[in-house]
Design a protein around this ligand. Structure first.
Ligand code: GDP
Length: 527
């Protein structure tokens, strides 16, 4: 591909993640978008996938049992000349580090909020990671077909709880039974919720310079119409001003209202989103060089590793975000961590209904590399002579911990092998106790322990015993400051997989007590 056409191809890319609290409607809205893009033919496809009736995600027993998606997946479709990559993030409360890491591989995030419930705890956590990266965040207030909180309350809560400025792109006229439509401030028009009932089948109504429907219209008799108009006036005077720059910097979130289930407002949202969301940008590597998406040198980083998508195979898939250049099947790349050359034969990209073999892909795209144990999370691969190594992905401090042992002490070997591989995938973290050779595993969410147990048994034939030790606060200590005598029952000394020492504090009180006793010791945490 020539330089000009590579630039054009990359500019069309929109790569984003959808974040939400469980049941806010993420799956429903994803499905609507895939329908618009023609990537699926029928509503219910993603749902079926979610409930385990769908072959490609049948791969993990736990997914089926729980009816939830344990690891995030990638979907791709074309819409109005754009190539859209959606990265799904597990929204279950037992979510994992995968959720966080997915946000490292996207250029924007869409936050779906249930307007009957407002901001929920899960969303807050994910939001924090988006803010840290400074990526644009778009908000979709879903379930407008139900009576919920007032739009003013919702926007206020968004600003207060999440600490971000909001700009209403559109504003609801009523909700639930009284829903007439949305007042589209950005396009100066009204989008009708029930066009057949209320507007002779026409979806859009123009508004005049005064912001009113010109001429007669039954809406003008409705109180929700005049209320919405008043609020829109208020927003124009007292609300934030729109700034594309602020949106790009992740400082201003454009807010859209709608109902994914009745497919109302989703297309408007998608179109505005594709206009405002950035195409892939450059990423600095460890040497400080800005690697630009359109340069010749191909590069990318592994942000996720998933095992056994196909239960008949033992292989794993390493998810790679392409940062620069163009991927071609069969190309040779360098893996700097191992100083190794690899031929990329078996790669796959992700479409909604099928996984397909990818021939080419460019910066912004996500490809899956078949892996027999070569890759680790955070690995960079690249072509060309000049080494590229991207910054390590952040690690997230686990909050939940379990003591772990093989049931059968004779089977130490498979126990260690399994544990090591699963740690490499980033599903869990493992720590060795100072005083014995026992292990403690830590995770961000409870579900990861169940996944661990199942996979140890199914894939490594290793039954394990786990003893919960509950919540702990993990804090690292510089080895030169460490004195093993500092350890007590309230702050257990352990070592991570890089042999770095850390304490697992029983609670905040124990941590404070420690800091008072050893004021010279500096304790650090991961994200
Ligand atoms: P997820 O857990 O965020 O993926 O949420 P789902 O998309 O699975 O939706 C959760 C539930 O809310 C399902 O029963 C959906 O049918 C329902 N739902 C999604 N969007 C809407 C909406 O706009 N209005 C209403 N009333 N229900 C919705």
């Amino acid at each position: 591909m020539g330089e000009t056409s590579l630039k054009q191809t990359v500019d069309k890319r929109r790569t984003f993640a959808i974040i939400s609290h469980p049941d806010a409607g993420k799956t429903t809205i994803t499905e609507q978008m895939l329908l618009f893009g023609g990537a699926i033919r029928q509503a219910g496809t993603v749902k079926a996938k979610k409930s385990g009736k769908f072959a490609t995600s049948d791969w993990m027993e736990i997914e089926k049992q729980r009816g939830i998606s344990v690891t995030s997946s990638v979907m791709q479709f074309d819409y109005e000349g754009k190539r859209v990559n959606i990265l799904d993030t597990p929204g279950h409360q037992d979510f994992s580090e995968d959720t966080y890491r997915t946000l490292m591989a996207v250029d924007a995030a869409v936050m779906v909020i249930d307007s009957t419930k407002g901001i929920e705890a899960q969303t807050k956590k994910l939001f924090k990671v988006c803010r840290m990266r400074g990526i644009p965040i778009f908000t979709f207030m879903n379930k407008l077909d139900r009576d919920g909180r007032t739009p003013l309350e919702l926007v206020e809560e968004l600003e207060n709880v999440l600490g971000i400025d909001a700009y209403a792109m559109n504003w609801p006229m009523g909700s639930g039974r009284t829903l007439l439509g949305i007042y589209d401030l950005h396009n100066n028009r009204i989008e009708v919720a029930h066009p057949d009932r209320d507007n002779h089948g026409e979806r859009l109504i123009a508004v005049d310079d005064a912001g009113e429907i010109a001429g007669d219209h039954p809406f003008k008799e409705e109180s929700v119409y005049s209320e919405a108009l008043e609020e829109v006036e208020l927003l124009k005077i007292a609300g934030n001003t729109f700034s594309e720059e602020a949106v790009r910097a992740g400082e201003l979130t454009p807010v859209f209202f709608g109902s994914a289930l009745t497919n109302f407002g989703v297309q408007t949202f998608l179109e505005a989103f594709l206009k405002l969301a950035p195409s892939p940008t450059s990423v600095a590597d460890k040497s400080g060089r800005e690697v630009t998406p359109t340069e010749d040198q191909f590069s990318g980083f592994v942000f996720k590793i998933q095992a056994n998508m196909d239960p008949n195979h033992r292989d794993r898939i390493a998810f790679l975000r392409i940062v620069s250049g163009e991927f071609e099947r069969g190309m040779d790349v360098q893996l700097p961590r191992l100083n190794k050359k690899i031929r990329l034969n078996n790669s796959t990209n992700f479409m909604a209904e099928d996984r397909q073999t990818v021939e080419t892909a460019v910066a912004g795209d996500i490809i899956g590399l078949y892996d027999t144990g070569t890759y680790q999370i955070g690995d960079t691969i690249h072509t060309g002579k000049e080494t590229i190594e991207f910054e390590d992905l952040p690690q997230f401090t686990p909050e939940l911990f379990m003591k772990i042992q093989p049931k059968n002490v004779m089977k130490q070997k498979s126990f260690h092998k399994g544990l090591q591989q699963l740690v490499q995938e980033g599903a869990i973290q493992v720590y060795r106790l100072h005083h014995s050779n026992d292990y403690i595993v830590g995770a961000v969410g409870q579900l990861q322990f169940e996944v661990l147990k199942t996979r140890m048994q199914q894939e490594y034939n290793s039954d394990i015993d786990m003893t919960p030790i509950g919540n702990r606060i993990a804090r690292w200590i510089a080895p030169e400051q460490l004195d093993p005598k500092m350890s007590s029952s309230r702050n257990t000394l352990v070592y991570d997989r890089f042999d770095q020492p850390l304490f697992l504090f029983e609670n905040e009180f124990a941590e404070r007590w420690f800091s008072d006793k050893y004021p010279e010791v500096e304790l650090t945490s991961l994200l």
